[in-house]
Design a protein around this ligand. Structure first.
Ligand code: GUN
Ligand code: FE
Length: 426
């Protein structure tokens, strides 16, 4: 498949903090999967490349979902009348138990991967369940989808339902290794394993220590949950009294940034000490506003995190979050930041559209390397978006068309082309 193309259209991206760059009727060039920048005229040396003439349409970087649970996709939009710990036991865990059954997993993950393919997301960090064989089925499906993803077999050896608890730290570590070596044997081009302790309440110190060794040995990134809900934070302080704060229970085992990449979902209740450690260790935060509303977790102080120079991306966190729409995640992040400003902290200015768009593209993209922007040298992930389904009598600027496309969730109906890593997948 060709990995060199030129797209003509209204090119929109956010290379710098707080600012959109919009180049109307311009050309974005992809050579061998790598973006070569935006041009008003096609440079001589690229004139032979295949051209997609999308004049009048919006062209934007693919969106990056930094936190989503594939096995929870089956029940999205239901089971929302709980807080986190009850929700896990009453809704999430009973569904995840079903992934013991490879046939169910194949059906559910097939649907998930198809929906992700059609979405605005080009890159994602994905949780499977604790079942290694099902996690490999998910990896196969994601590879076929064309998205670029990290897939994690979830590690959990305590405090869940018996059918969803690995029998011992040793067995859990052996399964984590099997997932990694089996993923490597399948020689995926787009899909990589990621070390995935579910969260501190689900993982014994012995298992955390093993996962820390595995992370180091294979040089893999890490994903987990952090400071999502008050009862959860309290539970962690009881279970791990030696940890100085929640994140320290990961850091003690080398599972909290530093030499390896780590993304932690939520960070609604992170203490100043925890925030300092995240900054020092270069931990990414996956802000998941839809989930934080649905299971009543609260509002993460994202403005503060941005001011302090932390790395922040957005996640849908399906099925705490309702939908895989990253357009919706962008507007949810803005909307909750307005409530936070109005009701919690009048010094925490609401997020702007440009800021939220940037978190969803270049912010989360950094977890994958150079992704989420049309700057020279970035991996080429792009969407071409048609917004004519929402007519208006008014003349709209391209900037306005982009903003309203997000508020109207036109990623559901308007994506006419999609590229990930330079390859056209839609
Ligand atoms: N914490 C531990 N597991 C989960 C999960 O599946 N979803 C969310 N939102 N938080 C968690
Ligand atoms: Fe989650």
């Amino acid at each position: 498949m060709s990995r060199s193309h030129i797209i003509k259209g209204h090119i929109c991206h956010a290379p710098e903090a707080g600012r959109l760059e919009i180049r109307e009727n311009a050309f974005v060039v992809c050579e061998d999967g790598i973006c070569r920048g935006i041009f008003d005229e096609v440079p001589e040396k690229y004139r032979g490349l295949e051209m997609a003439d999308c004049t009048g349409k919006l062209v934007l970087p693919g969106l990056v979902d930094l936190h989503i649970h594939a096995p929870q996709y089956a029940y999205r939009g239901t089971g929302m009348d709980y807080e986190l710990l009850d929700w896990l036991y009453k809704v999430a865990f009973p569904e995840e138990i079903r992934y013991e059954d490879a046939e169910y997993a194949a059906k559910a993950y097939g649907i998930f991967a198809q929906k992700m393919k059609k979405s605005a997301t080009t890159r994602a960090a994905i949780f499977a369940t604790m079942h290694t064989d099902a996690a490999l089925i998910l990896s196969d499906e994601m590879e076929k989808s064309g998205l670029i993803s990290f897939v994690g077999k979830v590690s959990m050896d305590r405090d869940a339902m018996p059918e969803l608890t690995e029998k011992s730290a040793e067995q859990a570590a052996a399964e984590a290794r099997r997932f990694i070596t089996e993923s490597a044997a399948r020689a995926y081009r787009r899909t990589k394993p990621i070390v995935t302790p579910r969260f501190v309440p689900s993982c014994s110190a012995e298992l955390m220590a093993e996962l820390g060794k595995i992370r180091k040995e294979y040089g893999l990134p890490v994903q987990s949950h952090l400071s999502e809900n008050p009862d959860e934070v309290e539970l962690v302080s009881r279970l791990e009294p030696e940890a100085a704060f929640y994140g320290d229970a990961y850091d003690r085992f080398g599972l909290f940034g530093r030499e390896g990449r780590t993304v932690m979902a939520h960070c609604v209740y992170s203490t100043p000490e925890e925030v300092r450690r995240m900054k020092e260790n270069g931990v990414w935060i996956a802000h998941c506003p839809s989930s934080n509303m649905n299971i009543a977790s609260g509002i993460a102080p994202v403005r503060r995190y941005l001011e302090q120079g932390l790395r922040v991306g957005l996640g849908t966190d399906v099925a705490g979050g309702t939908t895989e729409s990253m357009f919706r995640a962008v507007t949810d992040a803005i909307q909750v930041s307005k409530l936070y400003w109005r009701h919690v902290d009048r010094d925490a200015k609401p997020l702007t559209f440009a800021e939220s768009f940037r978190m969803a593209t270049k912010g989360g993209g950094a977890f994958f390397g150079k992704a989420g922007s049309f700057e020279d040298g970035y991996e080429f992930d792009a969407l071409v978006l048609e917004d004519a389904s929402e007519p208006t009598a008014r003349e709209l600027t391209v900037r306005d068309r982009l903003e309203r496309a997000f508020y109207f969730e036109l990623d559901r109906v308007g994506i006419v082309m999609k590229f990930a890593g330079g390859e056209r997948i839609l």
